[in-house]
Design a protein around this ligand. Structure first.
Ligand code: GRF
Length: 215
């Protein structure tokens, strides 16, 4: 049984997508994997209720209670390790993690970012995409490295940018694909089809084109 810990900061729609996929019968049979805990750095994160509704243990570790990033990350790592996590998923977790934290979970720490990296790292990605005038936008799941939004890319989902798009309409289109992309990546990692080997993604028993979700 692969043990997954999800870290969140807010809404939790990507978490919900993972939980739904994980509880589907085919996942349980084909991939014995389970979200064993959800940890939030904010007590008011709506995703906590989503986790509770799925019967998943929740924990709040407020970063504001710590005077340093190191202190917060150490508490976070302790909580994650208490669940003996095989995989740690940043599902809308809005904190920069220290180098030590990232190194501790190398190869088993992934993030979803709402752009086609390396374009538009950081915040307000949909605004950035509209300002740049790109015609294709999307989302990326990547291994986390100590460069923000700069880790090795696992898979990407692309959507068109349509005339008249606002940040909101574009964000909604991307989010719909995030909800397919992230659970898929989590499952592949649990199945051992994807691994980080020598700084590159190693793919096994997976059609290469499935790493690019188009349209
Ligand atoms: C998503 O757009 C994700 O890509 C980004 O933060 C947002 C989280 O949304 N990292 P949700 O909390 O999963 O609804």
């Amino acid at each position: 049984m692969k043990r997954i810990v999800c870290l969140i900061s807010g809404r939790g729609s990507n978490l919900a997508a993972i939980l739904q996929a994980a509880s589907a019968e085919r996942w349980r049979v084909a991939v014995p994997a389970e979200v064993v805990a959800v940890i939030s750095n904010r007590a008011d994160a709506a995703g906590l209720a989503i986790a509770a509704a799925h019967g998943v243990a929740t924990q709040v570790i407020e970063h504001t209670r710590f005077s340093s990033r190191e202190g917060f990350d150490a508490a976070l790592a302790e909580a994650i390790d208490a669940h003996t996590a095989d995989l740690v998923v940043l599902a809308g977790f809005m904190r920069v993690l220290t180098r030590a934290f990232v190194a501790r979970y190398q190869g088993r720490l992934i993030n979803i970012h709402p752009s086609l990296l390396p374009a538009f790292p950081g915040l307000a990605t949909h605004r950035q995409a509209l300002a740049a005038g790109v015609r294709v936008h999307g989302a990326t799941v990547h291994f986390v490295s100590d460069v923000i939004d700069g880790g090795v890319i696992i898979a990407q989902a692309a959507v068109p940018v349509l005339p008249g798009d606002s940040e909101e309409t574009l964000a909604a289109r991307v989010l719909g694909r995030e909800h397919v992309l992230l659970p898929r990546c989590v499952r592949w990692l649990c199945e051992g089809r994807i691994a980080l080997v020598d700084g590159r993604v190693q793919v096994r028993d997976l059609p290469g084109e499935s790493l690019a979700l188009l349209g």
